[in-house]
Design a protein around this ligand. Structure first.
Ligand SMILES: Nc1ncnc2c1ncn2[C@@H]1O[C@H](COP(=O)(O)OP(=O)(O)O)[C@@H](O)[C@H]1O
Ligand SMILES: [Mg+2]
Length: 246
């Protein structure tokens, strides 16, 4: 299968704070991998660096053999990396269908939609994420769970090879979490490499076969969730901040 993402000695400083500190890992094509760590560990910053929303202070990122370090976000999307945000973002004044259509108009989105047309393709994505009944309304009126589905729909529209999901379960009810979980599993079954963050290990425990744990910007463990959860440094990182795994 081969390596799809290679992150080497990645460091990001904000003034005196090192949010990501000499962070290195590789992801194989087709993997389903988690990134856990307490709030403030640096997870979102890692995603911002991979997706081009922040530039690293040092270190390198290669995607599919291409050096994407400090590349602009749109170029990175066009190579096949999509991401969702912890805080949900959408085009407020477009319909839900148009929100997804915008993504389908990206170069990789066009590759898949050219035969059936943008709107038809966007509609099929809305069916997949369970929003097709709400295609013609603006996202402003959507409940939180639906906004997360829309975010994932927008990411799918760009036809990604690698999907970065930043805390896709936060603020969702258990039932909504199950729906999103099914959706993510289907994407993975379709061949998309999934990299997903969470600050509660339990949420990712049964989902991913491999998890990276980070604390204060550093990689502290890498392996199967059960092994990582019993790791002494991981326990200390969580318990030290009064956050358990439960
Ligand atoms: N743009 C920024 N400017 C200054 N500090 C930041 C910025 N973004 C993140 N940080 C800091 O970097 C650290 C890691 O944040 P973040 O990556 O959001 O962690 P996580 O997603 O694991 O909760 C935190 O201390 C946060 O306050
Ligand atoms: Mg975060």
């Amino acid at each position: 299968m081969g390596v799809i993402l290679e992150v080497k000695n990645l460091t990001k400083k904000f003034g005196g704070l090192t949010a990501v500190n000499d962070f290195s890992f590789e992801i194989e094509r087709g993997e389903f991998i988690g990134l856990i760590g307490p709030n403030g560990a640096g997870k979102t910053t890692v995603f911002n660096l991979i997706s081009g929303f922040e530039r690293p202070s040092s270190g390198s990122i290669r995607f599919d053999g291409i050096n994407i370090t400090s590349m602009s976000p749109y170029k990175i999307v066009n190579l096949g990396i999509a991401r969702t945000f912890q805080l949900v973002r959408s085009f407020k004044f477009l319909t839900i269908l148009d929100n997804v259509s915008v993504s389908c108009l990206s170069p990789r989105g066009k590759e898949v939609s050219k035969d059936i047309g943008t709107e038809e393709y966007a509609s099929s994505i809305l069916t997949a994420v369970g929003l097709v009944d709400k295609a013609r309304i603006p996202p402003i009126v959507l409940p939180h769970g639906d906004l997360r589905k829309l975010q994932i729909g927008k990411a799918i529209g760009t036809n990604p090879q690698l999907l970065l999901l930043d805390e896709p379960f936060s603020g969702l009810s258990y039932e909504e979490q199950l729906i999103i979980t099914d959706l993510i599993k289907k994407l993975h079954d379709d061949g998309v490499t999934i990299f997903i963050t969470g600050h509660v290990l339990r949420e990712l425990m049964t989902l991913v076969p491999r998890v990276l744990a980070m604390h204060q910007g550093k990689l502290i463990a890498d392996g199967p969730p059960r092994e990582v959860a019993s790791h002494k440094i991981v326990l200390e990182a969580y318990l030290g901040r009064g956050e358990g795994f439960a």
